[in-house]
Design a protein around this ligand. Structure first.
Ligand code: AHG
Ligand code: MN
Ligand code: MN
Length: 315
């Protein structure tokens, strides 16, 4: 039986045809990054790059290399005018396609603190239509759109298998890289967030510093749901498990990170878009993640993502 590849996205919803070339570009970047990860230790590519990113965090060499790979593959689609990346302070304009219609937001390598222990890491992306006129160069304000405007979003999980999970607004579909065919093939059609069960997933070491009266609600949630706990420390891995098994992933605000740690544009919004498309709930401080009006490329927000029953007990 013929396998279903990323090209099936063209038939999904009203944006599938336009989004397919961009998601195929993500698939090419994912294949290159997966290859880079497998041999990184032998090329001295693990470890710190020596610089700090705009977040003030230690940049790993592979953060930088993944960012370069992703930008090149977005350029090669011919449909992307600019990329907003966790690893770049400013918007990266793709000069030869500055009149193209779409912008991509990306966390090129998520969970990179897991690299030295050979843990799972990921790439997270979302796609928005530009606001500025196509005769102008794209500007940062083109990226500052609420999650309700997102046209496509997804993630790559570099685990025992390399998976690409994405949505163009017509449900969430998981593709697994098949080394025999050298293509991503549909393996998890129409992923749905389980309404109950699963795990809670949070860095509980921060509990005494949580804000917004969360700690009492968290204790109550654990007692009422009886959920088990799993935490990898890589958002993509923790969110992939939450999508498949149910439960809740949270990164709350705390005294150290008064707006939480995760970034709105390239972590919270793409993951929130997927969770809502899969029938779950995506909340931040006092409302949906998808309703927050972004004010900056690297803005941080608290997130509560997962099965509605567990999220409602916390957010
Ligand atoms: P990144 O590697 O892109 O900076 O993201 C790391 C994030 C996210 O992947 C994960 O959920 C979170 O950091 C873990 O933070 P703690 O180590 O503070 O728990
Ligand atoms: Mn990240
Ligand atoms: Mn990252």
């Amino acid at each position: 039986m013929m396998s279903t590849t990323l090209s099936c996205i063209a038939q999904q919803g009203k944006h599938g045809a336009a989004m397919m070339p961009i998601i195929q570009g993500v698939g090419r970047a994912a294949t290159e990054i997966a290859y880079l990860l497998r041999g990184a230790v032998f090329r001295g590519a693990l470890g710190a790059a020596g610089g700090e990113n705009v977040q003030g965090e230690q940049q790993q060499k592979i953060d930088v290399l993944s960012d370069e790979i992703f930008l090149e593959e977005m350029r090669s689609t011919g449909f992307v005018c600019a990329v907003g990346s966790e690893e770049q302070e400013e918007l990266q304009v793709i000069e030869e396609y500055a009149d193209a219609e779409y912008l991509v937001l990306v966390d090129p390598l998520d969970g990179s603190s897991n690299l030295d222990i050979d843990g799972p890491v990921g790439t997270i992306f979302s796609v928005v239509r530009r606001i500025s006129d196509r005769s102008q160069r794209p500007v940062e304000s083109d990226t500052l759109q609420a999650g309700r405007n997102v046209i496509a979003a997804g993630y790559v999980l570099y685990g025992p298998a390399t998976m690409l999970v994405c949505s163009v607004g017509a449900g969430v579909h998981g593709f697994t890289y098949n080394p025999n065919s050298a293509r991503f093939e549909l393996s998890h059609p129409d992923m749905r967030m389980p309404a109950s069960g699963g795990y809670y997933s949070v860095n509980e070491a921060n509990a005494d510093k949580w804000l917004d009266g969360l700690k009492d609600k968290f204790v109550m949630m654990k007692q009422r749901t009886g959920l088990g706990m799993r935490y990898v420390g890589s958002m993509v891995a923790d969110m992939h498990r939450t999508l498949l098994k149910g439960g809740v992933f949270l990164y709350p605000a705390d005294e150290k990170n008064p707006n939480g740690k995760l970034r709105l544009l390239y972590e919270a919004i793409p993951m929130g878009f997927l969770v809502v498309q899969a029938g779950g709930k995506a909340m931040s401080r006092g409302g949906s993640v998808l309703d927050i009006q972004p004010e900056g490329l690297h803005q941080r927000v608290p997130v509560y993502l997962g099965s509605a029953d567990a999220v409602d007990m916390l957010a």
